[in-house]
Design a protein around this ligand. Sequence first.
Ligand SMILES: C[S@@+](CC[C@H](N)C(=O)[O-])C[C@H]1O[C@@H](n2cnc3c(N)ncnc32)[C@H](O)[C@@H]1O
Length: 245
Amino acid sequence: MDLFFEIHKDIPREGPGDNDSTRQALSMLKDIPNNPTILDIGCGPGMQTIEIAKNLNGKITGIDINKSFLNRLKKAAKDKNLSDKVETKEMSMFSLEFEENTFDVIWSEGAIYIIGFEKGIKEWKKHIKTGGYLVVSELSWLREDRPKEIEDFWKSNYPSMKGIGDNIKVIEKSGYQSIGHFIIPEKGWWQDYYNPLIKRINELRKKYINNKEANDRMDSTEEEIELYKKYSEYYGYVFYIMKKI
Ligand SMILES: C[S@@+](CC[C@H](N)C(=O)[O-])C[C@H]1O[C@@H](n2cnc3c(N)ncnc32)[C@H](O)[C@@H]1O
């Protein structure tokens, strides 16, 4: 079995986040229609897709390029009697196959980094109705006085990572009004993401005891987790809520 799939096959989320933060961001959308049309880009297994479907009347489409994540979302929607509100589509965020001005809300938790923050908010905009919203969470620097160890780690793993102020500047020069932002709490990193990952890695270490490639890969995930433990005050996942003007 592919190691990535083995590690991730039933981890609740594929990136930091939590349902309280999803609801907090939803509460910042003030004037959306009663039955909004929503797109969730890079939905993964869809914890946030389900939370949005539970809290809004409209229809939500989750797109991802990973079929097994989409199948998990489909099953979760069925189990929670939300199949009529949740649709899944295998589609890339690089080439959205939707008409212009289709969505009241585009949502993307922990996935816009794949296309790039600036490119994503610019390219996805045409699919949002004027006055509609884009909500994304993005890894962001929280402080300027960063220790070299963590600065170097993210410089090589995510060189275009910015501070909150710089991301808001990008939002405002890209044809949006910045409605607000907030930092997800640390529990959003541990509860449904890092803790289940640590547990899974501990199990797989035994299975792959003599497999260098598998161990290297697990080492790098553990390194990322250790660095978060040490430096969580310097960076975090930040929700950015913006309105197309
Ligand atoms: C870090 S995960 C976040 C998943 C989910 N939003 C969450 O918070 O749990 C990023 C997701 O983007 C998906 N992805 C990667 N490349 C993509 C692409 N080109 N188009 C759409 N989704 C993509 C991955 O399969 C993965 O599910």
